[in-house]
Design a binder for this molecule. Structure first.
Ligand code: URA
Length: 209
């Protein structure tokens, strides 16, 4: 069974609390979402493969370790995933980016795919799927199902917020996919929103409500 990594660093928790407030402006909500994503990326990439390269300091030739950013793919689940993508690219600017378009059928709460665009050679790359909210888990499972058809080296899932129901659904379908989150909230409501949560992440990031 893969792990759930709860990133409870004080900076992350502080910013998450500010975001949750209903009177947070679109501007500050979006900025905080990206700042949290940047901070979380340190932990998400803790075990990322590194390679040794030869470099020359002003003093002598030596070796140093570097990440091959091009081998990483951040996959944004549209549209809310885009709201934390930039924060991750801030620290890994060379990463490749994929997009999966899924919408939630409002009655059935199931994920329906409308867009899928990935970099080539996914079987040589490590994938990090990003979506601010892991709620029902249906979009996450659909995204990982689809990505596994392309055979990436590994898949991780990053969200800002989740709940026990979402974790259980993703773990049941994909026990090999570790989850990185800044909070595990109490529960889902009957509309599939997380409680206490932060409302509709997409609407709050893009100011569409
Ligand atoms: N998606 C959101 O944006 N918010 C929730 O609480 C659940 C799913």
């Amino acid at each position: 069974m893969a792990e759930v990594h709860l990133i409870d660093h004080p900076l992350v928790q502080h910013k998450l609390t500010l975001m949750r407030r209903k009177d947070a402006s679109t501007n500050s909500f979006r900025r905080l979402a990206n700042e949290i994503a940047t901070l979380m990326t340190y932990e998400v990439l803790r075990d990322v493969p590194m390679q040794e390269i030869e470099i020359e300091t002003p003093m002598e030739v030596t070796t140093g370790r570097v990440i091959d950013g091009k081998k990483l793919v951040f996959v944004s689940i549209l549209r809310a995933g885009t709201g934390i993508l930039d924060g991750m690219l801030t620290v890994v600017p060379g990463a490749r980016v994929g997009h999966i378009g899924l919408y939630r059928d409002p009655k059935m709460l199931v994920a329906v795919e409308y867009y899928f665009k990935m970099p080539g050679d996914l079987h040589e790359r490590d994938v990090v799927v990003v979506d601010p909210m892991l709620a029902t888990g249906n979009s996450a499972v659909a995204a990982v199902d689809r990505l596994k058809e392309c055979g990436p080296k590994s898949i991780k899932f990053v969200c800002l917020l989740t709940c026990p129901e979402g974790i259980a659904v993703l773990h049941k379908a994909h026990p090999d996919v570790p989850i990185y989150t800044a909070a595990i909230d109490r529960q889902l409501d009957e509309q599939g929103y997380i409680l206490p949560g932060l409302g509709d992440a997409g609407d709050r990031i893009f100011g569409t409500k």
